[in-house]
Design a binder for this molecule. Structure first.
Ligand code: NAX
Length: 326
C-alpha cells in the first residue's frame, strides 16, 4: 500500500490545468501503481470553475486518485505537498511591458515561494510553468525558506518536444530517433534549440539534415515562436501540449535518463558553461531517478555560444528587474 504523492497545481482551473489534472490522476505522471492526491489552488474569481473541474475529476472515478483539495488559500494548498506545479500566472495584456509583467507575477511567486517553504513536505520539488517561468522560479526559490535550491525547476520540455518533432519531420524519421535535444537559456523567444549537439539515429542532427540554412533560418525561429503560431491557429494558447510537457518533465526528473541521452530543464546554475551562478537557466540534464545533474561536456561552437550567451544575458536582465524580490 503506497502512500499517495501529493501534488499542488496552481491555476488549476485554467487551460493547462484542465489538460493536466486528468493525466496526473490517471497515472501518466507517476506511473500506474502510484496513488496520487491533488491540491488545486486558484484565485477567488476562478473558484466556481474549479469546483466544476473537481466534479469532473470525481466523475472519472480514477482508481489512483485518493484525495482532492480545492482552495484559494496557499497555506492549505501547499500543505504537505511532494510536488508543486506552479502553472497559474497573470497573462501579459495589451500595453503591458515585460517589466510590468515581471513585477506583477513577481509578487505572486514571492507569496507562493514563502507558502511552499512554510507548508510543503520535506522532499518537495517545484516545477514552474507560468511565464516568465525562469524568473518566476528564481523568485519562488529565493523566497522558499528551508527548501534547497536544487528542488526548483522551470519548464523547457515543451520547447524540446517541439524541436524534436521539427527535426524528425525534416529528416523523415520517427520522433524517437531524435535524442540529446537541448534547449539552452531562457524559456522565451531567445531560447536556443541546439541542432549541433542534437542527434538523429545517434548521428549529428546538423549532418543528417545537411541544410544549415534551414536549421538556422527556419528551425530555430519556428521553435522559438511556436507558441504564437498555436495561438494564431487555435485562437487559444497551447494547453494539451503544455500539460504533456509537464508530465514529461516530472517523468524526466524522477526516472533514470536513457544511456547517453539528456533532457532540457531550467535549474539553478552552478556556474556551468561560464554562466552566472544562481540564475535559473535551461541546460542539458540527466537524472538517476533522484539526483539531477547538468551535463557539462557539450561542445558549444561559436554560433551556439553566441545564441546561449544572448539568452543568458536576457535572464540576467530579468533578475535585475526583480532584484528587490529575491
Ligand atoms: P489560463 O489563463 O487559462 O489559466 C491560468 C489560471 O491561473 C487561471 O485559471 C487563473 O485564475 C489562475 N491564476 C492566476 N493567478 C493565480 C494565482 N496567483 N494563484 C493561483 N492561480 C492563479 O492560462 P494557461 O493557458 O493555463 O497558461 C498558464 C501559464 O502557463 C501562462 O503563464 C503561460 O504563459 C504559461 N505557459 C508556459 C509554457 C512553458 O513551456 N513554460 C508553455 C505553455 C504556457 O504558455
Amino acid at each position: 500500500n503506497k502512500q499517495p504523492i501529493r501534488v499542488a497545481v496552481t491555476g488549476a482551473a485554467g487551460n493547462i490545468g484542465y489538460a493536466l489534472l486528468f493525466r496526473i490522476a490517471s497515472g501518466a505522471m507517476f506511473g500506474p501503481d502510484q496513488p496520487v492526491a491533488l491540491n488545486l489552488i486558484e484565485i477567488p474569481p476562478a473558484l466556481d470553475a474549479l469546483k466544476g473541474v473537481v466534479m469532473e475529476l470525481d466523475d472519472c472515478a480514477f482508481p489512483l486518485l485518493k484525495d482532492v483539495v480545492a482552495t484559494t488559500d496557499m497555506d492549505e494548498g501547499f500543505k504537505d505537498v511532494n510536488w508543486a506545479l506552479l502553472v497559474g500566472s497573470v497573462p501579459r495584456k495589451a500595453g503591458m511591458e515585460r517589466g510590468d509583467l515581471l513585477g506583477i507575477n513577481g509578487k505572486v511567486f514571492t507569496g507562493q515561494g514563502k507558502a511552499i517553504g512554510a507548508n510543503a513536505a520535506p522532499d518537495v520539488r517545484v516545477l514552474v510553468v507560468g511565464n516568465p517561468c525562469n524568473t518566476n522560479c528564481l523568485i519562488a526559490m529565493n523566497n522558499a525558506e528551508g527548501v534547497p535550491n536544487d528542488r526548483f525547476f522551470a519548464m523547457t520540455m515543451l520547447d524540446e518536444n517541439r524541436a524534436k518533432t521539427q527535426l524528425a519531420q525534416k529528416a523523415g524519421v520517427d520522433v524517437t530517433e531524435v535524442s540529446n535535444m537541448t534547449i539552452w537559456g531562457n524559456h522565451s523567444a531567445t531560447q536556443y534549440p541546439d541542432f549541433y549537439s542534437a542527434k538523429i539515429g545517434g548521428k549529428s542532427a546538423a549532418e543528417v539534415i545537411g541544410d544549415e540554412a534551414w536549421l538556422k533560418d527556419t528551425f530555430i525561429p519556428d521553435v522559438q515562436t511556436r507558441g504564437a503560431a498555436i495561438i494564431k491557429a487555435r485562437g487559444a494558447s497551447s494547453a494539451a501540449s503544455a500539460a504533456n510537457g509537464i508530465v514529461d518533465s516530472v517523468r524526466a526528473l524522477t526516472t533514470p535518463t536513457a544511456k547517453g541521452d539528456t533532457f532540457s530543464m531550467c535549474l539553478c546554475s552552478d556556474g556551468s558553461y561560464g554562466t552566472p551562478e544562481g540564475l535559473i537557466i535551461s541546460f542539458p540534464c540527466r537524472s538517476d531517478g533522484e539526483k539531477i545533474e547538468i551535463v557539462k561536456d557539450i561542445e558549444l561552437n561559436e554560433f551556439s555560444r553566441a545564441k546561449f550567451d544572448a539568452s543568458v544575458q536576457e535572464l540576467a536582465e530579468e533578475r535585475e528587474a526583480v532584484k528587490d524580490l529575491i
